[in-house]
Design a binder for this molecule. Sequence first.
Ligand SMILES: [Zn+2]
Length: 285
Amino acid sequence: MKNATAPHDAAARRAVVPVICYPTDTLPQPDMAMLDALRHEVTHVAEAVAAPREAAAIEVPAGHILRIHSVQGPQVGDLNLFNAHDLSERFYSGKTRALHGTHVTTGDRLWSSFPTLRPMATVTHDTLAWYGIDEFGGSVHDVIGTRCDPYTGHLLAGTQYHHCCHSNLTRALAAHQGLSLAEAEPFVHDVLNVFMCTGFTRDTGQYFMKASPVRPGDYFEILAEIDLLAVLSACPGGDCSAEHSSDHAACYPLRMEVLRPAQLTTWTPPPVNGYDRSHGGAGGG
Ligand SMILES: [Zn+2]
């Protein structure tokens, strides 16, 4: 307890029952029946493969579906999402976690950064939804990990490793947008860890990972609520059973597929957040 003396009522203080920070009953709910009908009949329009220890980018028009497939072997993917027309609007993993919990699955939404804070995508199918929360507190598709990166690797081990997800995402984003690596890097953000199985240890509260339960044939599917640019890295950790930020793990590709629902006519993106942005300041603007 690091030199702190427990007060006489410590047990009573610990016994306080938690409350949910953000009850989601007032959130605009996705129309899952409509989305389920939409995803029922689709045509393949595009695909991109993230090679092992590399990333790939693909555009997903609003109302279209992005399906991320496990192929060849168990593999974790680090996903970045952007408004295809404005890279400053991007996936906000921290707020998605605050709203939906540490891991996302069918029916959850992927929220964008301030000031737009709106659903960028809705999870429409997850073949690993059966996994739930295991006895270690682990679950799949987390929004708690940040992304493996060369800076933390250097901090902890003094390494210069260039195929962490952060660097893979940077290269793929730069190539897609025609930006230099230095221009692209600041847009790379905390990810959705697709297929990754993670949690926090109960005794020390540390972030843990374990071998992903994903197998070839599994997929994770989202519907684009706005025009999206998706960038996905096939993590150098492979199934993340042992280590990442190195070339030691067995690594497999991940396939991204864009599907157009047959019933899709026009799609109305959700409005940007309605907060007036005056922040209580005089003069506003
Ligand atoms: Zn990674």
